[in-house]
Ligand binder design. Structure first.
Ligand code: C2E
Ligand code: MG
Ligand code: MG
Ligand code: MG
Length: 288
């Protein structure tokens, strides 16, 4: 009967919901342990100057060494962490670890130029009172100059949120570089750029990865607007040499992508930073 079927559906829904809540609660407990036992690790992807193909800094990207599931990518656990205050504790850990790593590299004296370090900050952390304190503490503990830290926020963050906007202004006044990540996929329009407290745009790989001339025109427009407002432009997701060449021609300032280097553990990342060009030996062909 209809009544039985209706009850059945409710039953199945309850069951599914109960499972997902259980799963979320389990994952939250596991994340707590991972924080306590330091099961997180940062991998570092070089950021390359397009005109020279020289590595000028890194983006820190979190991974989780899960005792059962192995190495987990952020997409598998950051969304869950964002549903609780755990994301702030993960963000605090990431800020400390990334700046400490940069200070260790400085101490090893391997690189002639001061490298930058970009850290992804979740919208929830950005919109909380913790963020400025956490950034200050990480900078104090590491001794890293604020101008070498890039704080990446995604466009989906409500920049209408008064606390988020306040935090962005405060960090920028401290000298931290503020970047909009995945630009082009969210709500921010070029028209909003002059009033946002940001220094850098990272163009999402859905635009930079395409051969379509319409996408090239879009990138050209974004770069022109960004430069007019004094922002630097990073192209994400550069996977091939032709793409690197095209983006350089579109006046993009810096780039990241598998073509230059994949994100990797600290030891190997540091070796890459000591090279003059990425990938080794390719500069002559990339630089126009
Ligand atoms: P994102 O900040 O936009 O980082 C770029 C992502 O693209 C990274 O994935 C990187 O490995 C990947 N990537 C880099 N170059 C290429 C390329 O040439 N081709 C392709 N197909 N992909 C490329 P990953 O490490 O899995 O990170 C995914 C997202 O997770 C990040 O996107 C960021 O939003 C978030 N995330 C990573 N680390 C953290 C963190 O410490 N805290 C927070 N809150 N979020 C993080
Ligand atoms: Mg990022
Ligand atoms: Mg991105
Ligand atoms: Mg992203």
């Amino acid at each position: 009967s209809a009544k039985a079927a209706g009850r059945g559906r409710v039953g199945i829904f309850d069951e599914a919901l109960r499972h997902s809540l259980d799963r979320r609660a389990l994952l939250e407990r596991e994340l707590e342990h991972a924080l306590a036992d330091e099961h997180f690790e940062l991998h570092y992807q070089p950021v390359v100057e397009m005109s020279t193909s020289r590595p000028i800094g890194f983006e820190a990207l979190i991974r989780w060494h899960h005792p059962v599931h192995g190495l987990l990518s952020p997409d598998e656990f950051i969304p869950v962490a964002e549903k609780s205050m755990l994301i702030n504790r993960i963000g605090r850990w990431t800020l400390h670890e990334a700046t400490a790593q940069l200070a260790r590299w400085d101490a090893e004296g391997a690189h002639p130029h001061p490298l930058t370090m970009a850290v992804n900050v979740s919208g929830r952390h950005l919109a909380s009172r913790d963020l400025v304190f956490d950034v200050r503490a990480a900078l104090d503990a590491s001794g890293i100059d604020p101008s070498r830290l890039v704080v990446e926020i995604t466009e989906t963050v409500l920049v209408d949120d008064p606390i988020a906007l306040d935090n962005m202004h405060t960090l920028r006044a401290m000298g931290v570089c503020m970047a909009i990540d995945d630009f082009g996929t969210g709500y921010t329009s070029i028209g909003q750029l002059p009033k946002l407290p940001v220094d850098m745009l990272k163009i999402d790989r859905s635009f930079t990865g395409s051969d379509e001339s319409a996408h090239h025109q879009l990138v050209r427009l974004i770069v022109e607007a960004a430069h007019a407002f004094g922002l630097t432009v990073v192209a994400e997701g550069i996977e091939g040499q032709a793409q690197a060449f095209a983006l350089h021609g579109l006046n993009v300032d810096t780039g990241q992508g598998f073509f230059f280097a994949r994100p990797q553990p600290a030891g190997r990342a540091r070796e890459l930073a000591t090279l003059d060009t990425l990938p080794p030996g390719a500069a002559a062909e990339i630089v126009a």
